[in-house]
Design a protein around this ligand. Structure first.
Ligand code: GTP
Ligand code: MG
Length: 181
């Protein structure tokens, strides 16, 4: 049976826009009030990959704020792909990607040979706001540093507010997952 439901976990600091990115992708809606996520849930959406496959993305969203985090292993278990999100206007959230990536690698309990291949993308959100502090070059350098010869981490600069690159980023991650036929 070809695997066609892909579990995608979205992680990053509180307030970077994980929930808004998912809402924009699924519902084409944006709200400017901030309500921190507590717990975790998923929403599914069917997408077509660039090479014409139809897959169902199961998009998992959870709390970025430390005081609400309690999920650990169960959130990451069985993940097929991971979106690391930072806020282009807040350097600390970019700096913390290292921690999020390490947490993911530790908790996902993937065998080392699979980790090398694991599909990851980087999303720099809130690009609609003028005062960016994380440059495109810095994001690319981070991605390059953490890519492996077999899996290139792609970087997107997106806006959950106006929709820039939201569809592109999630379609990209769907296309990166290798599905055994
Ligand atoms: P936690 O659930 O606490 O982990 O936060 P989160 O990463 O889910 O952030 P959320 O999506 O709730 O967004 C946080 C705040 O940033 C909200 O006030 C959003 O309206 C705002 N926001 C999110 N994305 C964007 C964006 O692309 N542009 C702008 N201008 N604001 C955004
Ligand atoms: Mg949230």
């Amino acid at each position: 049976m070809p695997k066609d439901i892909l579990k995608v976990v979205i992680i990053g600091d509180g307030g970077v826009g994980k929930t808004c990115l998912r809402n924009q992708f699924i519902h084409k809606r944006f709200t400017s009030s901030y309500k921190a996520t507590i717990g975790a849930d998923f929403i599914t959406k069917d997408v077509h990959t660039d090479d014409g496959r139809k897959v169902t993305l199961q998009l998992w969203d959870t709390a970025g704020q430390e005081r609400f985090q309690s999920l650990g292993v169960s959130y990451y278990r069985g993940a097929d792909a991971c979106c690391l999100v930072y806020d282009t206007t807040n350097f600390q959230t970019f700096h913390n990607l290292e921690r999020w990536r390490a947490d993911f690698l530790k908790q996902s309990s993937l065998p080392p040979d699979l980790l090398e291949d694991f599909p990851l993308i980087l999303i720099g959100n809130k690009i609609d706001i003028d005062d960016r502090v994380v440059s495109r070059r810095q994001a690319r350098a981070w991605a390059q540093q953490h890519s492996s010869p077999r899996m290139e981490i792609r970087c997107f600069e997106a806006s959950a507010k106006d929709g820039t690159n939201v569809e592109e980023a999630f379609s990209c991650i769907a296309g990166m997952v290798k599905i055994p036929q």
